[in-house]
Design a protein around this ligand. Structure first.
Ligand SMILES: Cc1ncc(C[n+]2csc(CCOP(=O)(O)OP(=O)(O)O)c2C)c(N)n1
Ligand code: SF4
Length: 307
């Protein structure tokens, strides 16, 4: 593994940033914060491959906020490019000095780039795939992806006459799908819980093979949020139990943050994408969360139908 300084407490997170401010991303954008944490965890020898999406806006030639290696890629094959970089480093005997991270949106991960992701896991490449999940194709106008949750309003699941519930399709269960590829490490994270995310990144970097981390990263205009509420919403999504934080290392399942199980309504009412919901629809979501956590608390990860 590359030279990564272990971080156990918030105080140990270094002050040095490898991405500067002043990007073209929205004020309050949580996916950009996720990039900051990736480099805090993995240091200056991390090489990030970013699939086309909102994070493309962070660097616009000839300007860049990055002090480290960051590669922009097409949306459909970031994991293939990452594998090519790894092969080149191996050829030069440098692969042990770097950590290669794909940073891809949920549209790129669940949908358009899934083939390259699956291939990378099949070949058992030593790469971390971080899916920054803002639950929409944000960059092209907040369309539904296979990661959009139940009843959320998106531009392709709008609230119009005759259709009032938003998205009606259940999410793909990506962590199960990646485990089914034989991944040695799979985890979920959230930008509102930086230490949990950083520790998971560092653990992933210490394990050989393909690793998958799914990072919930709220999107200000996509979720119809006040721009100062991105972190707060992340916290409420975790504490309500709708976004569980866990890791699975060599098939061992562990919850890393036990939620307080606040009513889901508290989290939903701050998000304009759920403003259309009535009590019955909120009750459906609450019931689902309660049922999921009964299973999570018994360690029955594979019996959880959706998260
Ligand atoms: C093959 C292909 N299809 C569609 C697009 C258009 N496109 C560019 S960015 C984007 C949205 C990406 O969504 P996601 O991966 O979730 O990242 P986000 O925009 O949310 O950051 C799309 C659909 C493209 N560039 N290439
Ligand atoms: S649309 Fe969402 S993901 Fe895109 S830059 Fe703005 S806050 Fe970030």
């Amino acid at each position: 593994m590359a030279d990564v300084k272990a971080i156990e407490t918030i105080k140990e997170i270094g002050r040095e940033d490898f991405i500067g401010g002043g990007t073209f991303a929205c004020s309050g954008c949580q996916p950009v914060l996720g990039i900051k944490y990736v480099f805090k965890a993995l240091g200056k020898n991390a090489i990030m491959v970013n699939s086309a999406g909102c994070m493309t806006l962070t660097a616009n030639y000839p300007f860049t906020p990055y002090k480290v290696n960051w590669v922009h890629n097409a949306i459909e094959n970031a994991d293939s490019t990452a594998a090519g970089i790894l092969a080149g480093l191996k050829r030069k005997g440098l692969d042990k000095k770097a950590v290669i991270v794909v940073y891809a949106g949920d549209g790129a991960t669940y949908d358009i780039g899934f083939q390259a992701l699956s291939g990378m896991f099949d070949r058992y490449e030593n790469i971390i795939h971080v899916c920054y999940n803002n639950e929409v194709f944000a960059n092209t106008g907040y369309q539904r992806t296979a990661a959009t949750p139940l009843y959320a309003r998106t531009s392709t699941t709008p609230i119009v006459a005759g259709r009032t519930e938003g998205n009606i399709h259940p999410r793909k269960h990506m962590t199960k799908i990646m485990l089914a590829h034989g991944a040695p490490y799979v985890a979920t994270a959230c930008t509102a819980f930086p230490l949990d995310f950083i520790k998971k990144l560092q653990k992933a970097a210490s394990i050989n093979g393909p690793k998958y981390i799914e990072l919930l990263a709220p999107c200000i205009p996509g979720w119809l949020l006040d721009q100062d509420k991105g972190r707060k919403i992340g916290e409420l999504m975790v504490q309500s139990g709708i976004w569980p934080l866990y890791e699975i290392e060599n098939n061992f399942f562990k919850v890393t943050v036990q939620p307080r199980m606040i009513p889901i309504e508290e989290a939903l009412k701050m998000q304009g994408r759920y403003a259309h919901l009535n009590k019955d629809e909120i009750a459906v979501i609450q019931k689902q969360i309660n049922e999921e956590w009964e299973k999570f608390n018994k360690g029955e990860f594979w019996n959880v139908s959706e998260y």
